[in-house]
Design a protein around this ligand. Structure first.
Ligand code: ADP
Length: 520
């Protein structure tokens, strides 16, 4: 027996022998049926709208027990404003007039809370057709309505989201390829506003050639067949210009699985494509430049080598003439011979620089790195530079390194670097200036310094003087001695020996070149 029956004081159905037929014969079956239904509120109203019966469903939805509500007017279930507007009365009138009245709307529970109800009021007439009251069946649809609202809200949110996306063109096509929706991103990408384009065929985004080739149709056909189609290609903007697009076309189905259209997501990759092309071009260019640079170094190495032979021959013959092998020379002849000799030496120096540099660059130099006593190196290079210093009246002094100061280096390359630095020091130091060569151990390394009180190097040139062919304040074609290769060679050699060559300088006061060598 249900709680509802118990409350109404009805006879329990405890005796199974009381079959449905007996109940039906007694007219109890329908009353029992109705009173026990919990999913519908089913109750009767008298002709004026007063509640005459009440069932389990009505109690469940509305919160009133039968004894609280029977005899009350059914307008208590309506929101006050609707009651005041005469809605309950109107519904009864309509039900009487047409036989039944159906409505959906808010109803009020006993505790004042509201629920969304589907209501059918049916006029009840006796056999003579006289109205005796109304049957009212109410269904609580609150949950369904909430679900619908939630769905609507989430659909709305989703729609707003899609509309607001600016970096992707997102739009819908109907089954014929007509544009059904158009977001902000699509408008930005293509230039058409939603008003202009919705309803038009999406082939508007293709070039005339592609339309002629049937590309838009092929895409739709493929998306229909496979559920999805992806492509990259040129698409057309409103102004006729083109953009490189990645396009994904997806077939959309309804709840029953029937295709209803397509979603199209488009990304503008013009920038990326251009960047890819640039990167490819740059990579090619770098490879070409590297190849050209190696070829150039190899060519220079070969050429310099070839040039040295005739130049040495010139030197040899000049020496012979100078010795007077063809008879005594006049003053003028001797003067000319001296000039030829100077030019030959100059040219030879340039060529050996070139040869040296190009060999290093072409990786043709091998290094014999081993412990080297620094003192021995100083003792070799210092006397070589002294005559030049003396001839320029520059004071050159060097500090003898301690006997145990040993470095790891290729001895002859190290000599070459120091000679280079010292030659430069003499070259760029004026009469009466000073040059000092010193050494000291520092953190597992040995620091060798060649310092001068010469013209110095402007701050902006400090980082470039180690580049090949750089000469401060002079152009490559000027007649001043030097190739601008000495420091480039020195740094390359130092690097190859795991050493580091740098410079500090105060213009007008002098320069200090610092060579940091690994300790031996
Ligand atoms: P080169 O001496 O043949 O011109 P380097 O590569 O040896 O080439 O030197 C490059 C440039 O660096 C020089 O032309 C000069 O301008 C600058 N330089 C090098 N050493 C010194 C120095 N001790 N004092 C001032 N400037 C220097």
């Amino acid at each position: 027996m249900s709680a509802f029956e118990e409350e109404q004081g009805q006879t329990p159905l405890s005796d199974p022998s009381r079959t449905l037929e007996t109940l039906e014969k007694r007219g109890d079956l329908y009353r029992l049926l109705v009173s026990n239904i919990r999913d519908y509120a089913i109750f009767a109203l008298d002709r004026t709208g007063r509640i005459a019966t009440w069932n389990a469903g009505a109690q469940r939805f509305k919160g009133y027990r039968a004894n609280e509500i029977i005899g009350k007017h059914f307008s208590v279930f309506y929101p006050p404003e609707e009651s005041a507007a005469g809605k309950p009365q109107f519904e009864l009138v309509e039900a009487e007039r047409t036989g039944s009245f159906e409505d959906e709307g808010w109803r009020v529970r006993k505790d004042g809370s509201r629920f969304w109800a589907n209501v059918v009021i049916t006029a009840l007439r006796d056999q003579s057709g006289t109205l005796i009251g109304f049957a009212k069946v109410t269904r609580d649809l609150t949950e369904r309505r909430q679900n619908e609202e939630r769905l609507k809200l989430s659909e709305e949110k989703f729609r707003l989201l899609i509309e607001a996306v600016r970096d992707y063109g997102i739009f819908m096509l109907d089954l014929d390829g007509r544009i059904a929706s158009w977001n902000e991103g699509a408008a930005r990408m293509v230039g058409h506003s939603a008003e202009e384009i919705v309803g038009r065929h999406f082939s508007i985004l293709y070039s005339p050639e592609e339309i002629a080739a049937g590309k838009p149709e092929t895409e739709l056909e493929e998306a229909s067949r496979l559920g999805r189609f992806e492509d990259e290609g040129w698409r057309r903007r409103k102004d006729g210009s083109q953009f490189w697009a990645n396009v994904i076309l997806t077939t959309i189905h309804d709840a029953k699985g029937v295709p209803i259209g397509f979603a199209k997501i488009t990304r503008d990759l013009t920038e990326r494509k251009a960047a890819d092309a640039r990167a490819l071009r740059d990579a090619k260019l770098i490879a070409q430049t590297e190849a050209a640079s190696v070829a150039k170094s190899e060519f220079l190495a070969a050429m310099s080598h070839e040039l040295r032979t005739p130049l040495n021959a010139i030197g040899g013959y000049v020496d012979l003439l100078g010795l007077g092998v063809r008879g005594p020379l006049t003053e003028e002849q001797r003067e000319y011979l001296d000039r030829i000799r100077r030019s030959q030496k100059h040219l030879l120096a340039i060529i050996s620089d070139l040869l040296n540099f190009s060999r290093i660059e072409a990786g043709q130099i091998s290094y014999d790195i081993k412990p080297v006593v620094l003192r021995e190196v100083f003792e070799i290079v210092a006397p070589m530079i002294l005559p030049q210093a003396v001839s320029k009246s520059v004071d050159f002094q060097w500090q003898k390194p301690a006997d145990d100061l040993v470095v790891r280096a290729d001895r002859s390359r190290l000599e070459q670097i120091l000679l280079n630095l010292l030659t430069n020091a003499v070259k760029f130091t004026e009469l009466g200036g000073k040059i000092r060569m010193t050494s000291s151990p520092t953190n597992g390394q040995v620091r060798v310094e060649v310092a001068d009180t010469g013209i110095g190097i402007p701050a902006e040139s400090l980082s470039t003087i180690f580049d090949p062919f750089v000469q401060v304040g002079r152009s490559l074609t000027s007649s001043v001695e030097g190739t601008g290769l000495g420091l480039a060679i020195s740094r390359d050699l130092a690097t190859a020996m795991d050493a580091d060559l740098s410079v500090e300088s105060v213009p007008g006061k002098g320069s200090t070149f610092i060579l940091l060598l690994p300790r031996g």
